[in-house]
Design a protein around this ligand. Structure first.
Ligand code: TXA
Ligand code: MG
Length: 329
């Protein structure tokens, strides 16, 4: 079992020293928990891939404390600088042309590197104490649901890591938005996330492409396009709006005994033990915060199959449906 460390100065120094010895530490972020190691140290980075059982073809995100450090690792352009100014520290990852300081192992030998400066105060304290950036994917076994609290990390990776730094619940609950800005004229959202396309387009008064609009010529697989991403172990079925009433009335007649049904919001009248909900009133931020925790909880319970109600594809709903579709694959 890993030791869960409260975020005291003493423990942050403990994590720092562990990372300086080419080891890994699980860290809290505002999106999901990460499994961090020195991004400039191949021995350390290799351990991330081994612990997660992640294929080496899947590149990692490099986390920096300050935007001033970005130019050491990547080539910046004007659009990237504007995005950084607007959204860092925060849930935005930029894919930029890589500089040679970043080992090829981190980027799966791509000519680009994904970088973000996170917002979580505990993670920032740790980054500030270090003389190197941290490579950190989500702290889950490859393909499984990302962790949003220490117990999730403990449950699936605790046997293989020494420390988990406690930062409470991840307040956003899904992974960062990833934008490829290598071509300033064609910024492309590779992974939708907490910073939405609507918001970006409104703020910058220009188009941000979505991955499927530009992917025809792309050599890089989109993040998370590998099969079975974010998936529970049990089968997960997506329920379209038009089929929901039917499913619920079947359930009323207790024909779905071994299945759990996950709704967007608390049902008004219905009562059944196998009904779960992601928010009180359908608030997308609340749904986002609760999604992975709810999926994990049910995955570990007695139910043999999960149904989840589809979410309207507006604002954050786009990112949520991206995760749910992949989980339901
Ligand atoms: O919110 C987050 O981004 C979390 C926290 C821990 O920061 N991290 C995270 O990392 O979600 P991970 O490894 O689970 O997902 C990163 C995704 C992967 O799907 C990877 O393929 C993609 O980013 N990626 C990394 N470098 C890339 C690059 N150079 N070009 C295209 N995609 C890249
Ligand atoms: Mg991940």
């Amino acid at each position: 079992m890993a030791e869960i460390l409260e975020p005291t100065d003493y423990n942050i120094t403990k994590c720092k020293e562990h990372l300086e010895c080419s080891e890994v530490v699980a860290v809290p972020t505002e999106t999901v928990y990460g499994l961090a190691a020195n991004a400039l140290d191949e021995v350390a980075v290799k351990k991330i891939f081994e612990i997660k059982k992640r294929p080496l073809i899947d590149p990692l995100i490099v986390h920096v404390h300050s935007s001033n450090q970005t130019h050491l690792y990547a080539e910046l352009n004007i659009l990237a600088q504007k995005l950084i100014k607007e959204y860092w520290p925060g849930p935005l990852t930029l894919v930029l042309k890589k500089k040679s300081k970043i080992p090829d192992l981190v980027t799966a030998s791509l000519p680009s590197v994904a970088i973000r400066s996170p917002q979580h105060p505990t993670f920032r304290k740790l980054l500030k104490a270090l003389s190197f950036p941290l490579a950190a994917p989500s702290a889950n076994p490859f393909g499984y649901i990302s962790p949003t609290q220490t117990m999730h990390v403990q449950h699936s990776l605790g046997e293989n890591i020494r420390y988990i730094l406690n930062g409470g619940y991840s307040k956003l609950g899904i992974e960062s938005t990833i934008i490829d800005v290598q071509d300033e004229n064609k910024p492309t959202i590779l992974r939708p996330g907490p910073i939405t396309r609507d918001e970006l387009e409104q703020k910058f008064n220009r188009t941000f492409f979505s991955h499927n609009e530009t992917s025809r010529n792309s050599v890089i697989p989109a993040p998370g396009l590998l099969d079975n991403h974010y998936s529970p172990k049990k089968p997960l079925m997506l329920v379209e709006e038009k089929d929901l009433q039917n499913l619920l009335s079947k359930n009323e007649h207790s024909k779905l005994k071994n299945c759990a049904i996950i709704l967007n919001k608390r049902p008004k009248k219905l009562k059944a033990e196998n009904l779960f909900w992601l928010s009180e009133n359908g608030d997308l931020n609340e749904i986002s915060k609760n999604l992975y925790h709810t999926l994990r909880q049910i995955d570990e319970s007695q139910y043999s199959k999960l149904y989840i109600q589809e979410i309207e594809m507006i604002h954050l709903g786009v990112a949520l449906m991206d995760r749910i579709r992949k989980a339901a694959n």
